[in-house]
Design a protein around this ligand. Sequence first.
Ligand SMILES: Nc1ncnc2c1ncn2[C@@H]1O[C@H](COP(=O)(O)OP(=O)(O)OP(=O)(O)O)[C@@H](O)[C@H]1O
Ligand SMILES: [Mg+2]
Length: 1037
Amino acid sequence: MMKTKDDDGPTRKIPRGRKRNSSYMSDSGLAKKPTSTSMLQEAVSEGKKSQEADTWFRNSFCPGNKRTSNSPGCDRRWTKPATQKLEVNPAMSDSGILDTSDSLLAELDLDLFDDIPKTSSDHKTHVGSTHGSCGNGEMKNHILIKNEQSTKTSVSLTEMSLKTQIQVNSVNEEKKNQIEIKNDFHEQTAKTPKSVSVTGFSLKDKFKKQMQKNASELTPTRGILGQLREEVMSRARDEAAQIHQKGTDVDIGPFHGLPSKVEHLLKTQRGIAKLYEWQEECLQLPAVLEGKNLIYSLPTSGGKTLVAEILILRELLCKKKDVILVLPFVSIVQEKVRNLSQFAVELNFLVEEYAASKGRFPPTKHRKCSSLYIATIEKAHSLLNSFIELNRMDSLGLVVVDELHMIGEGGSRGATLEAMLLKTLHCGTCQIVGMTATLNNAKDLQVFLHAEMYSNNFRPVKLTECVKVEDNIYTVNEKALCPDEKLQHERVVMFPYSAEIKQQDPDHLLGLVLEVIPDNSCLVFCATKKNCENVAIMLSRLINKHNKKLTDVKKTERKALLRELYKDGEGQICPVLQYTVHFGIAYHHSGLTMDERRLVEDSYSDGTLCLLTCTSTLAAGVNLPAKRVILRSPYVATEFIGHNQYKQMTGRAGRAGIDSTGESILIAKKSDKDKLLKLLTGPHDLCHSSLMYEEGKGIRKLLLSAIGLKIVTSTEDVFTLMEKTLMAVQSKTLQVDVTTVTKNSLQQLIDLKLVIQRKQTLSQDGSTELCLEVTPLGKATFKGSVDIDNSPQLYRDLKKAEESLVLASHLHLLFLITPYDFVNNIKANLPWMVYFKQMNTLSPVELKVASLIGVPESYIAQKASGQSTRQKVDEFVISRFFLTLILYDLWQQRSVWDVSSRFQYPRGFIQNLLSAAASFASCVFHFCQELAEFWAFQDLLGNFVKRLTYCVSMELIPLMEIPGIKLGRARQLYSAGLRTLQAVANADPETLVKKIEHMPRKAARQVVASAKVLLKEKADVLMEEVEDLVRLPEGSL
Ligand SMILES: Nc1ncnc2c1ncn2[C@@H]1O[C@H](COP(=O)(O)OP(=O)(O)OP(=O)(O)O)[C@@H](O)[C@H]1O
Ligand SMILES: [Mg+2]
């Protein structure tokens, strides 16, 4: 509050955060003229304020109430420096109305007092206020002239009360009045002597007199300024509403438009102090600033993610819109959810996980804060379908796709990604941002997405690529013009190998590895899973024999890791890991359980482990860089590696901020020389549309959902849509006739009874047109995200089960949700003896289920005894039921380890089956929701899906729902007394570190943050339900 000695009127409150001498006041000291932008911004913020601050109570019971108190977000707003475009921060006032009128009046002020000479006196000159009566209204005009320290003079006119206003008949009249007032003042000021006395009395008196005069003259147009303000405000409000709807580029902080908190979080959470030059440059691209679609490509580890994250935060926090972030794998989604939870807690937005069986459909609409949906490709597609179906595309501001080149991966995933992006383009106005590896035909993607392209070769850590052939190491010369010069001889490896070592390790792996470990880290990529384990054992054995002292490194931590692995395995531990961990070595592939993977990854990141032998999946997965990367052979399984795969793997070399250089060594045989040179000199990979996989299955899926969502309703629409696909962009290269394949696909959908054509009469002239519609089965198929080819089978299975469903155990239900896709993985070599043994453990009721499904016990017995049998059975059903038995064991809470050893399948396979089953169960549930005839399944499958996801006792489910919490952790938390989501969300991370064994501080913070985000999301859903319940219906009196 600022009050000077002559101030006898109500004094203007200086809102917090607003600086008189910076943004609000001009350098000359005169009040700065508020721009129309500031008025607009004011209106935007006013709209936002009332929206944010209104409580459910006000909404429900006092719908007409006007808010005047501070918006909760006000204090957080950042005032831009005076030099920037938006100079007045309007959201700082106690009331939007007062503030706005101020701005308007200040506009007049400037005109009025432009010619007031500045005084060099450091006296404070204050001219008091004049109270004037405005007919039956009240109007208090307050003029404040303040000379502070040399040249600073401020003049502001504050209208303090605008409670009553008189309608003015025409706007023109108002404007006339306004001009009259101005002229009047000009007359007065013109008479003011050039040098104003420091006492200022004459000026004060003149103002006072003029104000009184004005006040009395304004009687017939009482509140004319108010009228004017209203007019400007209403225009601004309209404009603001439009902008608010579209989203604005309102900055809310100094860090790329974001609050400094973001900068702080990046520093503390990620150790990022400064953006790379290319990141700054990319964020300044016109395409980015204008919200256009963008594709950017950089080498691996270039820091692409950070740019996307800043764009995401801008969308969530500045534009208040939702964002979908599409990531390629479930594990990466989970990692990202954990990673961004702290940001969500601090910055007040929601992070929602959409992977495997997680994710709510339809997504909850949160009114109070925006949501970041982190999703796998498949879930992102379903999510987008929901947004289209619910007419919520307006609330979606941005779709970010990491590894955009996966669109060309072939198969279902590539096709799904293309379908998702096509629908985003077709149905919304939201921005699409894609990150991709360097491609040779990125132009096609650019045309498909109507996107700008940005590429850069930046790499924070220099990478030296080497190839080892026999005893020679060559460096790869990037600049070589002809293939012969591509490999430059660097050195001959001369490790002091005994004959024994030479025999065991002919490739000199040990020597190459010992050049970096244990002080630095090393990744060894192997062709197969088995090879990973073998190499890990071989290296450990050799170290044990010849470098035993390496077992002393990080001894305590490694022991703790082993204890942890043992605990998570419920008393069992993988013998390979049990051996290799002592040497700081572990293997990493899909055969590990999720808990093991997490533990191995965390231990590698914190240095407990210094070497991982892994398959190529690690390269595309989590961010685990190494000082040296060794490619054990240029093959992935039996295929020679592709350019992008090679770049992905070698790109892991060099840890940003730790290493100054990174090295990759590809071990190759002389016989691979030609292929090798092709790999190193050849062009980058190409990315082609995957819609044509399995004879156009991608097209059929796309059309089914497009018709189901009513994106297209006629054949013409279908052709128009298909012309926008990446496939159409590449039709010449792919030699695809888009019209023919579209026609064929549509016909197939009609033949499958998923789509029908109906004649529809046009109302205008009575003519008819053919309309496309999905059948109920078609709708269930696309809403349940069920594979088109599996959908008729699923329908038949459910129909059959409906007549004789056995509910005495869960076996029958488990059979119905056993994923069809998994059957092909085991069909060829079923362990019949194991199958038979399992059948023998079944009770009569369970055997009845088997028999109803079509699995006769006698058939399994004959197979187990090696006899040939003439019994007619469906082999597919037999194999599928074997998977059901695995799931049944897990359902009965047997550990993954137990089940793995009983069924003789790797524990990673068992766990993947469980997660696929949970995912498919949720598909079946949604499938049934669309078909009234399956009412019984609608009720039966709801909770079943949730329990299946975790296959644990009910009390652990609330803990398992927290992103990143696996069974082992859930048990630990439970026994430490943290038994509910609330308990974990409110726990002190330090307490977790103390109470829970082997819980790193970083992990503890992530667990608490993830729990907080989940709790907030759940609470928000409930609060919004309450608000909806108590809100007066529209139109009610
Ligand atoms: N400005 C920066 N300063 C320091 N480190 C950074 C910066 N930007 C990103 N990083 C770090 O660089 C590492 C690699 O970044 P990121 O994962 O985004 O790479 P990428 O380009 O997505 O690579 P890939 O293609 O392998 O996915 C991360 O650990 C990240 O935290
Ligand atoms: Mg990346």
